[in-house]
Design a protein. Structure first.
Length: 230
C-alpha cells in the first residue's frame, strides 16, 4: 500500500546546469508528521550527510523560510527551483505499508543536494499550518545520523508514533487490538462491544492491568471501537 510519495525532478549528472522541480506528491501530514512528513524527513536524513557541510546552515535557513511561507529568491544553494520538468531526470521516493509495518523505498537518480532541496520545496505544497507543525520534525531529520528505519520513525514521530499503525490500515489494526481472530470478516456492533468490554477488563488496573500504561491502552481500545463502529 502506498502511504506517501515524492517525485524529485532534477538535472541529469552530465548536464552543467543545476535545476530542481517536483512531480507527483502524496504527502499526508495529519497528525504531524504523518506519513508524508516521515517520507520528507527520510529523504533529507538519507542524503544530507553527503551534502557539502558549508551549505548546511543555508539548508536549515531555507527550510525555515519555506515553513514561514516566505518568498525564496532563485537560484538557491546552487540550484534553481522551477515548474518546468523538460529535460530533467526523476528520483522517486516512497513510503509503503503492509498491514501495520512500513518501509521506505528511496531511489535517488541525482545529486544528494537535489534530493534534499526537493523534499524542502515539497513543504511549500502544504498549508501554512501544516508547514509550521512539520518544521521541528524536519530539523530533527537534518540532525539524524543512523539507519532510516524504525528508530528513525520513532525519533521523528515521537508521541504520534502510536497513530502510524492506525493510519496504515485502521480496520486491521482495530480488529487485532480488540482480539478478533485473523481473517475475521465483517463484525456486528454487538460483537465489537463484547470484545471492547472484554479487552477493557484485561487492561484496567482494577483487574490486574498495568496502571502505568492503562490510560494509554484504554484510549487505544476506544479508538479501535470507534473505527469499527463508524
Amino acid at each position: 500500500m502506498l502511504l506517501a510519495e515524492l517525485e524529485v525532478w532534477h538535472s541529469r549528472p552530465v548536464t552543467p546546469t543545476r535545476r530542481v522541480s517536483l512531480g507527483h506528491l502524496v504527502l499526508p501530514v495529519d497528525p504531524s508528521p504523518g506519513f508524508g512528513g516521515l517520507l520528507l524527513g527520510a529523504v533529507i536524513a538519507a542524503h544530507l550527510p553527503d551534502v557539502d557541510t558549508d551549505l548546511l546552515p543555508d539548508v536549515h535557513r531555507l527550510l525555515d523560510q519555506v515553513s514561514r511561507g516566505e518568498r525564496v529568491v532563485q537560484p538557491r544553494l546552487k540550484h534553481r527551483y522551477q515548474v518546468d520538468r523538460h529535460g530533467l531526470a526523476v528520483s522517486v521516493h516512497r513510503l509503503e505499508g503492509d498491514g501495520d509495518s512500513v518501509r521506505f523505498s528511496l531511489h535517488p537518480q541525482g545529486a544528494p543536494l537535489a534530493q534534499v532541496l526537493g523534499a524542502i520545496y515539497a513543504v511549500e505544497r502544504l498549508s501554512i499550518e501544516a508547514r509550521r507543525a512539520l518544521n521541528p520534525s524536519l530539523h530533527k531529520a537534518m540532525r539524524w545520523r543512523g539507519p532510516i528505519g524504525p528508530s528513525f520513525i520513532a525519533n521523528l514521530a515521537g508521541a504520534a508514533g502510536s497513530a502510524l499503525a492506525t493510519m496504515a490500515d485502521p480496520k486491521a489494526w482495530a480488529m487485532e487490538l480488540l482480539g478478533f481472530p485473523m481473517g475475521t470478516g465483517k463484525v456486528t456492533k454487538k460483537e465489537v462491544m463484547t470484545q471492547f468490554r472484554s479487552r477493557l477488563r484485561e487492561v484496567h488496573p482494577d483487574h490486574g492491568g498495568d496502571g502505568d500504561v492503562a490510560g494509554q491502552e484504554i484510549e487505544r481500545l476506544g479508538e479501535a471501537r470507534r473505527i469499527l463502529l463508524t
